[in-house]
Design a protein. Structure first.
Length: 730
């Protein structure tokens, strides 16, 4: 038998299933109770009008039911039914819907009117005159995103070309975060800035050489700053100095920089800046706290590609889907690496490794307990008398930083050639220094300059000191040790965790240095990083001794980890003999020289002379006028030292200024000769050019003009005139 889902009247019903118990029927509630239940469920706080309306509809329903009871009645009941049905609406909620719609429309119109009025007032205030909104304030500060339970750990202000931003390091449940708070520019002000930007680009002509050359680039930047300030005063008169500086600085960041990222690049506390993708916030490596998350995010992937393109154009290269890798240097010396999607599967990524503006000095190393006064004086003595020093250690142990801290000990009248894969060394200005950096090949595989090429070439540059960033390959090691044997003073780093391991790494593959050449190394300094406390220390200071056709390490100083102290471990068997043999000094004189250097370093610590330039000035004075320096130290007269240093600097600056003036005059004379000096050709010599020559010269001129136009277009792209999309945060 089939199951019927409808009864005889055609109404839906639940069929009776055999074998299953019948469900108990629910008691029917009265109509009044149902109305109350509906009201309680649907309307928490019903209006009086709404209740009256539903009560009226309920009465109409009851009258209809009464009229329906007279099924076969004559006309009277039928008439009543018709009369009542006329008053009853077809759909009861329809009337309420209409009223609700009317109310909603009224509210909508009122809200729109309010918005229009507010928007109109803002436009009037901002567009009527520049004075109005400048007085009101064109900068609105954005508060950093703070969680409820966050605490401020540290805070400071950054300034870039007059523009400023506040940095706060905040600690919450998730850990330490880096918050950057930048004032926001109003819409009308940004329109004025866009106009100034377009006028600057159209008014000034800039060549690609000027954008890529660091010295010329800063000259262009200074010119743009002056021109933009003039235009800003014309567009927005009566602007406050602080506001004007901020707007001009922001304009320079967008035109010649990387926008908001310029603040991070200018932060001296950061070592690395990573843009992982548009999905994730920017991460930074803070010197004191390590890796931190920032509150800065780039919203679109094409903006990251945009930054990579700006950098690649400035170095004359391209980054595309076919060539998705880019390794380049900014004008500031910072190294940038970019990888595009799909090679970087999460999205386009950029890594910026910052070049140290204020590197660690030997004074910082002593005060920070990385080394002590005795070790620093010993290294100064070794570098002064052209000894070879090798610095070894693990990854992140501070090898390059310690090598850089030793460089101011070099006498100022000697030529230094440094060779690096990534530019990290920074020496005082007065030193006679030529830094060389390797170059990666282009997409076609041409134009590579390796470290070996630079090392071989440096020997032809008449160097007194050669500084190699890191020894990695056998050929590099062999050339370096040959340079030691030919009389050059060499300083380099190598990966090894102890003095014994340094010897093992040098004599075994991949370096394979013959053991008999290791005696050329006079001192080996081993660096160590405490991973738990994040501290860097000098672990060992050793010399290499001959041992059965090979070499062994004699440790002179070593670190005692429990006391966090560097102590003397053994007497030197070779180092002081080399010093006396090369200088003719007696043992007493050598000891006196060490004590003298310790006194100078101690005096510098007491007087707070810790920067690279201050350190360099004192060592420079030591080599030029040692008696005056020692006299000032005995009297504890810092001013006497600084006066003498200034005199030396003034002499050097005068020489440099004279050289620059001569070059400038020569350049101007070549550029434009005076009208009197120009000789006109005699009429006899003036001959008409043949048609073929005219044609060829015309083609040459056309090519030159086309090349200039192409160069100008490339410059405009770099400056951002043709960019259709604005930065994500603007």
């Amino acid at each position: 038998m089939g199951i019927d889902f409808f009864n005889k009247r055609g109404e839906a019903q639940m069929p009776e299933m055999p074998g299953l118990p019948k469900l108990p029927s629910l008691p029917k509630s009265s109509d009044e109770e149902t109305v109350k239940e509906v009201k309680s469920v649907l309307f928490k706080k019903p209006d009086d009008e709404f209740i009256k309306r539903h009560e009226k509809s309920h009465k109409i329903k009851e009258e209809v039911k009464k009229s329906q009871k007279i099924k076969r009645g004559a006309g009277k009941g039928h008439k009543i039914k018709r009369k009542k049905l006329k008053h009853m609406p077809r759909k009861l909620p329809k009337k309420s819907r209409r009223e609700i719609k009317k109310e909603m429309k009224k509210l909508g119109h009122e809200i729109k009117k309010k918005k229009r009025n507010e928007h109109g007032k803002e436009k009037e205030l901002e567009a009527n005159s520049a004075k109005a909104f400048v007085k009101k304030g064109s900068l609105v500060k954005i508060a950093p995103e703070k969680s409820k339970n966050s605490e401020k750990v540290e805070g400071y202000r950054l300034e870039v070309d007059g523009a400023y931003a506040d940095v706060e390091l905040r600690k919450d449940e998730e850990g330490l975060t880096y918050h950057l708070s930048i004032p926001e520019i109003s819409t009308v002000t940004s329109i004025f800035l866009d106009e100034i930007r377009n006028e600057l680009i159209s008014a000034t002509t800039v060549s690609m050489k000027e954008l890529t050359d660091p010295t010329l680039f800063y000259r262009i930047k200074r010119r743009f700053l002056e021109d933009s300030r003039k235009l800003l005063k014309e567009k927005l008169p009566h602007t406050e100095k602080a506001v004007e500086d901020f707007l001009v600085g922001t304009l320079m960041q967008e035109m010649l920089g990387l926008g908001k990222i310029e603040y991070l690049i200018s932060d001296p506390n950061l070592e690395e800046i990573v843009i992982p993708s548009a999905k994730e916030p920017i991460r930074i490596y803070f010197k004191k706290y390590g890796w931190l998350i920032t509150n800065i995010r780039i919203d679109r992937e094409d903006e990251i590609v945009n930054y990579a393109n700006i950098i690649s154009r400035r170095i004359g290269r391209q980054i595309t889907v076919l060539n998705p890798l880019l390794d380049a240097h900014l004008v500031t010396g910072d190294r940038i690496n970019a990888v595009l999607y799909p090679v970087s599967t999460k999205g386009n990524t950029i890594t910026i490794r910052k070049f140290a503006r204020d590197p660690f000095t030997m004074i910082d190393m002593i005060t920070g307990k990385t080394c002590n006064l005795e070790v620093a004086a010993l290294l100064w003595l070794a570098i002064e008398y052209e000894m070879n020093v090798l610095i070894s250690g693990g990854t992140g142990s501070g090898k390059t930083s310690f090598l850089n801290a030793c460089m101011p000990f070099i006498p100022p009248n000697q030529r230094i050639i440094s060779i690096e894969d990534t530019r990290e060394l920074m020496l005082p200005e007065f030193l006679y220094w030529a830094p060389l950096v390797t170059r990666t090949p282009n997409p076609e595989g041409k134009g590579e300059v390796s470290m070996l090429d630079l090392l071989v070439n440096s020997l032809r540059m008449r160097p007194d000191r050669i500084v190699l960033g890191e020894m990695r390959k056998q050929q590099e090691a062999m050339v370096l040790f040959e340079a030691m044997h030919t009389g050059h003073s060499v300083y380099s780093t190598v990966h090894a965790d102890s003095a014994a391991e340094t010897i093992s790494r040098l004599v075994n593959p991949p370096l394979n240095v013959p053991p008999n050449l290791l005696k050329s190394v006079n001192l080996n300094v081993v660096m160590f990083r405490d991973r738990r406390m994040n501290k860097r220390r000098v672990l060992q200071v050793a010399e290499f001794e001959a041992d059965k056709g090979g070499a062994k390490a004699n440790i002179l100083y070593r670190l005692i980890p429990d006391r966090d102290e560097i102590v003397k471990h053994a007497e030197s068997s070779r180092f002081f003999e080399d010093v006396t043999r090369n200088t003719g000094m007696s043992d007493v004189e050598v000891n006196e020289a060490l004590k003298e250097k310790m006194r100078i370093l101690e005096w510098m610590i007491k007087n707070g002379l810790r920067s690279l330039e201050e350190m360099g000035r004192v060592t420079n004075l030591y080599y030029r006028n040692k008696e005056l320096l020692m006299k000032a130290i005995q009297q504890n007269n810092k001013n006497l030292v600084m006066k003498q240093v200034k005199k030396e600097e003034e002499k050097a600056n005068k020489i440099i200024a004279i050289e620059r003036e001569d070059k400038f005059v020569l350049a101007e004379e070549k550029k434009e000769m005076p009208a009197e000096g120009k000789k006109e050709m005699p009429a006899e010599e003036k001959k008409e050019m043949p048609a073929e020559e005219k044609k060829s010269s015309g083609e040459l001129e056309n090519k030159q003009t086309i090349a200039k136009l192409d160069e100008q277009k490339a410059v405009e792209k770099i400056l951002g005139k043709d960019f259709k999309q604005k930065l994500a945060w603007k």
